[in-house]
Design a binder for this molecule. Structure first.
Ligand code: C5P
Length: 219
């Protein structure tokens, strides 16, 4: 039997994590955000060595070793020892260094093992770049979310600023997103059997409904 996994992939700020969390709540499943582990590894690496030019695959892996996922209400949070990293990993410093860490094959293998372990014995909703390909090639449900860059930037800013962003702010955010997309391109893979959903003109509720319907039909 194919594992009870709903895999949601897509580029930065495509709404994967918030959508995945909501889908998990609707279905009564747990949610794993694979990007949170790349971010947590980056946060740990920054604490050990602030100068990222000095990072090696081995040093990042050593810094990340004590990180583990702890189940929260719906979403697993990365912890470093007793410390919940969920807040620090959303900071600018982590975001600007995470693509460097995500290119390290040993780090990818470490993240993939952590994520796969959460699915043992529990159905999960998981989001990332390669969940439907590298990590869960047999996932029961696979979705690939895309959206127009302007709309992705606008949504991200509304979330961050809690107000309607100005055009110049959106333009700057489009640049930042496009740069991260370019760095993450090699990692971002649409599975041939994934359902492609363009969310540009969908509300979050509509996206969630579509995925929940796919999942109910398949699980
Ligand atoms: O999704 P989020 O923006 O939190 O992901 C942070 C970074 O982690 C991405 O920019 C990417 O470099 C990396 N990532 C990845 N593969 C995944 C999830 C995230 O390479 N499955």
């Amino acid at each position: 039997r194919r594992p009870l996994v709903v895999a949601i992939d897509g580029p930065a700020a495509s709404g994967k994590s918030s959508t995945a969390k909501w889908v998990a709540r609707e279905l009564g499943l747990r949610h794993v955000d694979s990007g949170s582990l790349y971010r947590a590894a980056t946060a740990a690496a920054l604490r050990t060595e602030p100068e990222s030019a000095r990072w090696t695959e081995a040093s990042v892996l050593a810094a990340a070793a004590p990180i583990h996922l702890v189940p929260g209400e719906t979403t697993f949070h990365p912890h470093l020892g007793d410390e919940d990293l969920e807040f620090v990993i959303r900071g600018k410093d982590v975001t600007s260094h995470v693509s460097q860490v995500a290119q390290m094959p040993a780090v990818r293998a470490w993240v993939n093992r952590q994520v796969q372990a959460t699915a043992e014995g529990h159905p999960i909703v998981v989001d990332g770049r390669d969940m439907g390909t590298a990590v869960f090639p047999q996932a029961r449900v696979k979705v690939f979310l895309i959206a127009d860059p302007w709309e992705r930037a606008r949504r991200r800013l509304v979330q961050r600023l809690q107000r309607a962003p100005e055009e110049a702010e959106i333009a700057a955010e489009v640049d930042a997103l496009t740069q991260r997309d370019a760095k993450d391109e090699a990692q971002t893979q649409q599975a041939s059997d994934a359902v492609l959903i363009d969310t540009t003109y969908l509300t979050q509720e509509e996206q969630v409904e579509r995925i929940v319907a796919l999942a109910r039909a398949a699980l």
